[in-house]
Design a binder for this molecule. Structure first.
Ligand code: 3HC
Length: 659
C-alpha cells in the first residue's frame, strides 16, 4: 500500500478508491501545528487526486483526536488555525467522513462535526470539554453541534464539558453509524455520498429548540459553574446559533475563545490539567513493578473504612472487612451494602456488578482472617496508641510479603512504622471522606517504605480511579498542614477584628464553595482540638495562640453535629450566634487587641498567602514533590476552586503580575 506523508504526523493511503488520512501524533493525536498543516495538505491532495472519491479522517492508536494541542495555548495561534481546517473540511467538494476510532474531544470533535458523515467504533467517546480548560470550543463546536443534536443537548454537553459514549452519540444523531471497523464503514459511506449533494453541518438549520428543556439544561450547567466564566459563555454561544448566521456565530465563538484562552481562569485550569497528569509519577519508581494485589483487608468499618471498601470492591478487589465485634462487623457490612445499593440506584453500578461486589465481600470480627491478604489498610480512630497497637497485631497476622497501609489523616506514619517489626512494608494511604466519592488520596512514602511497596500503593490508588498525590511522612502531610496554617491565620484575623462570617463571605465570594469556619463546623471541631491538646506540651510559648476554638469546644460547640460551633444551626441553616460574637469580643479584650476592619480583598489575599507560604515550607522540607501536587491536594480535598488553580498557582500569578 502506497503511503503519502502530508506532514510529520499525518499520512494517507488509498483504500477502495477513498483517501484514508491518518493522524498519528502520539500520545493523543492532538492537533498541533504539524497536524493542522498535514490535514490541509491532505485535503488539497484529495481534490487533485482523480482516483479518490472522497476522504476518510481517522486517528492512529486508541484515540481519534484528543483536541487542540493544549501546550500551544500559552503562545499566539499559528496558521493554519483550526477553524480554517474545519472550514476546508466542510467546504470540500469531495465527501469527507470521520472514522472515530476512540476519543474525539474538543478540536477532535470539531473536526468530526465539520465532516459530511461520522462513523464511530464502540470505543469512541465524543465531547467538547473546553469549559474544563476555562475556554469555549474555538473551531465551530458551539455552532455545529446544535445543528446536529439540538440546542438543549448542545447546551448540556458544551456547557458542562460532558463526553458521551458512542451509543449515546448515535441516539443524539451525532454520528451516522456504529461499526466494528469504523474506517471500512466510513469508506463505504464516502462512496455512497459521492454523487449526491453533500450534507454540510454548518448549512443545516439548528434543530428547533424546546425552550423549556434548553432553559432547564442551561440552569443546570450554570448552577454547577460556581463563578467560572467559560460555561456561561459556552451556553450563550450555543443559544445564539439558532438566532444568527453561521458566519456571525463562528466569528463570535472565535473571539470568545481567544479572549478566554488568555484569561487567568484558563491558565489555572491548564495548570490543573497538567498537574493531574504529573501526579503520581515518581522518578525513583521508574522500572519498579508493583506487587500483585487481589485481596484487600480493611480494619475499621466506620464511614471511612466502608467507603474504602466500596471503592476497592467496585475496582474489582476482594475485600475482607474487620471490626472489633460481630455486631460492629455486621453494621459495617450494612453500611457497605447500602453504599453499593446507592451506586446501583444512581446507575453508577450495574445490578450484575453490584452482585459481583457483594460476592467478593466478607466481614468478620476475627483479625486473623487477614492472614492471606495482599494489602491490609487500617482505618480505625486516628489515635497514636490505637493505631500502633493495631499495626503491631497486624504485623503478626498477615503474610511476610503483605503490605500494611495506614489511613491516618494527622499522625506521622513514620512514628507508626517505627513501632512495627517491618517498617519497610508500611505506607500511608490517606483517603478523604466519603472515600467512595472523593478522588484524592495522599500516598505517604515513609522513611523506610520499600520502593515496590510505594509502587503498589500507587497502583492500587490508581486502580480505584483515585488521584494519588505522593508525599513524604510528616504530621498532616500536605493537605492538613496547609489547612492548619489557613485556619490559624483565619483565627488570627478573627482576633484582630474580622468576624468569622465576614471571612467566610469573602472566601465564598472569591470562589470557595464554603468559608473556612463553615467548613470547620461541617468537619467537626474536635479533631483539630485533640491535635492542639497533643501539641500543647511542645508548643513554643512565645508563638501566638488563639484560644477561641478551644473555648467553643469546651462549651460543647463541636460544629454541625452538635447543632452549633462557629455558627448555630437550625434545620441545616447556619446563623451567626451572638454568644460566639461575645466570646470573640471577650477574647480580644483579654489580649488588649483593638479590633480593626478587614476588606474582603485583604482577607482573601492574606489567607491565600498563608496557604502558599506553608506550601513553600512543605516543598523546602521535601514533604511535597511539586507545587502542582500541593494545588491538586487543596482543590480535590479542601474545596479550593479548580478554576483558581490552587494556592501555589495563585502565588505564582501574583509574582508574575508584579514582575
Ligand atoms: N494537548 C496536549 N497534550 C495532551 C492533550 C492535549 N489536548 N491531551 C492529553 N495530552 C497529554 C497529557 O498531558 C499526557 O502527557 P504526558 O504523558 O506527558 O503526561 C498524555 O497526553 C496522555 O494524557 P492522559 O494521561 O490524559 O491519557 P489518557 O489516555 O488517560 O486520556 C484523553 C486520553 C481522554 C484524550 C485525555 O488525555 C484528555 O481528556 N485530554 C484532553 C482533552 C481535551 O480537553 N481536549 C480539548 C482541548 S481544547 C480544544 O480542543 C480547543 C478547540 O476547541 C479549539
Amino acid at each position: 500500500m502506497d503511503v503519502t506523508r502530508f506532514s510529520g504526523s499525518v499520512y494517507g493511503s488509498i483504500r477502495d478508491g477513498v483517501l484514508v488520512v491518518t493522524i498519528d501524533n502520539p500520545p493523543v493525536n492532538a492537533l498541533s501545528t504539524d497536524v493542522r498543516e498535514g490535514l490541509c495538505r491532505a485535503l488539497d491532495h484529495a481534490v487533485s487526486l482523480e482516483g479518490a472519491a472522497g476522504v476518510v479522517i481517522t486517528g492512529a492508536g486508541r484515540v481519534f483526536v484528543g483536541g487542540a494541542d493544549i501546550r500551544e495555548f500559552a503562545t499566539p495561534p499559528v496558521a493554519p488555525i483550526l477553524p480554517d481546517v474545519t472550514q476546508r473540511i466542510e467546504q470540500s467538494d469531495k465527501p469527507v467522513v470521520a472514522a472515530i476510532n476512540g476519543a474525539a474531544l474538543g478540536g477532535g470533535a470539531e473536526i468530526a462535526l465539520a465532516c459530511h458523515g461520522r462513523v464511530a467504533s464502540a470505543a469512541a467517546i465524543f465531547g467538547l470539554p473546553e469549559v474544563k480548560l476555562g475556554i469555549v470550543p474555538g473551531a465551530g463546536g458551539t455552532q455545529r453541534l446544535p445543528r446536529l443534536v439540538g440546542t438543549a443537548h448542545a447546551v448540556e454537553m458544551i456547557g458542562s464539558g460532558r463526553s458521551v459514549k458512542a451509543d449515546e452519540a448515535k441516539r443524539f444523531g451525532l454520528i451516522d453509524a456504529l461499526a466494528d471497523d469504523a474506517v471500512a464503514e466510513a469508506v463505504t459511506l464516502a462512496h455512497g455520498m459521492a454523487n449526491a449533494p453533500l450534507r454540510r453541518t454548518g448549512e443545516l438549520a439548528v434543530v428547533p429548540a424546546d425552550e423549556a428543556e434548553t432553559e432547564a439544561m442551561a440552569s443546570k450547567v450554570l448552577a454547577k459553574a460556581r463563578g467560572q466564566v467559560a460555561p456561561a459563555e459556552a451556553v450563550r454561544l450555543v443559544r445564539a446559533a439558532a438566532l444568527t448566521s453561521l458566519e456571525k456565530g463562528l466569528a463570535d465563538e472565535r473571539t470568545t475563545f481567544l479572549r478566554l484562552r488568555d484569561s487567568d481562569e484558563a491558565a489555572a485550569l491548564r495548570h490543573v490539567f497538567f498537574a493531574e497528569r504529573q501526579a503520581g509519577k515518581v522518578a525513583k519508581l521508574e522500572g519498579i513493578s508493583p506487587r500483585p494485589v487481589v485481596t484487600v483487608g480493611i480494619v475499621g468499618l466506620g464511614l471511612m473504612g466502608s467507603g474504602i471498601a466500596v471503592s476497592a470492591l467496585t475496582a474489582g478487589y476482594c475485600v475482607i472487612g474487620v471490626e472489633q465485634t460481630d455486631d460492629d462487623a455486621q453494621k459495617g457490612r450494612t453500611c457497605i451494602v447500602g453504599l453499593l445499593g446507592k451506586a446501583a440506584q444512581s446507575g453508577r453500578l450495574t445490578p450484575d456488578a453490584r452482585k459481583a461486589c457483594l460476592q467478593r465481600l466478607a466481614t468478620t470480627a476475627d483479625l486473623t482472617a487477614l492472614s492471606g491478604v495482599d494489602l491490609a489498610i487500617e482505618a480505625v480512630f486516628d489515635n497514636l496508641a490505637i493505631k500502633t497497637d493495631l499495626l503491631q497485631r497486624l504485623d503478626g497476622v498477615v503474610r511476610p510479603d503483605a503490605i500494611l497501609a495506614t489511613n491516618t489523616s494527622y499522625l506521622n506514619p513514620d512514628e507508626l512504622a517505627a513501632a512495627t517489626i517491618h517498617p519497610e512494608r508500611i505506607v500511608g494511604l490517606h483517603f478523604f471522606s466519603p472515600a467512595n466519592v472523593m478522588r484524592l488520596v495522599e500516598v505517604i512514602d515513609c522513611a523506610a517504605t520499600r520502593l515496590d511497596v510505594l509502587a503498589t500503593a500507587l497502583a492500587f490508588a490508581k486502580r480505584l480511579g483515585k488521584l494519588p498525590v505522593v508525599c513524604s511522612a510528616a504530621e498532616g502531610f500536605i493537605g492538613n498542614r496547609i489547612f492548619s496554617a489557613y485556619r490559624r491565620e483565619a483565627e488570627f484575623m478573627v482576633e484582630d477584628g474580622a468576624m468569622p462570617e465576614e471571612i467566610d463571605a469573602a472566601l465564598e465570594a472569591w470562589g470557595f464553595p464554603m468559608g473556612i469556619f463553615a467548613v470547620n463546623d461541617m468537619a467537626g471541631l474536635e479533631i483539630a482540638w485533640a491535635r492542639r491538646k497533643r501539641q500543647a506540651a511542645t508548643r513554643n510559648p512565645n508563638e501566638r495562640y488563639v484560644e477561641i476554638a478551644d473555648q467553643l469546644c469546651e462549651a460543647g460547640r463541636l460544629g454541625r453535629k452538635t447543632g452549633c460551633g462557629w455558627y448555630t444551626y437550625s434545620s441545616g441553616e447556619k446563623t451567626v450566634d451572638p454568644q460566639v460574637t461575645a466570646l470573640i469580643e471577650t477574647a480580644r479584650k483579654a489580649k488588649g487587641i483593638v479590633p480593626r476592619q478587614f476588606s474582603a480583598d485583604e482577607i482573601v489575599a492574606h489567607l491565600l498567602r498563608s496557604m502558599a507560604d506553608e506550601g513553600s515550607v512543605l516543598l523546602s522540607e521535601g514533604i511535597a514533590g511539586s507545587a502542582g501536587d500541593i494545588d491538586l491536594v487543596m482543590i480535590n480535598g479542601y474545596g479550593f476552586p479548580a478554576h483558581k488553580g490552587g494556592p501555589m498557582f495563585q502565588a505564582r500569578l501574583k509574582r508574575d503580575s508584579h514582575a
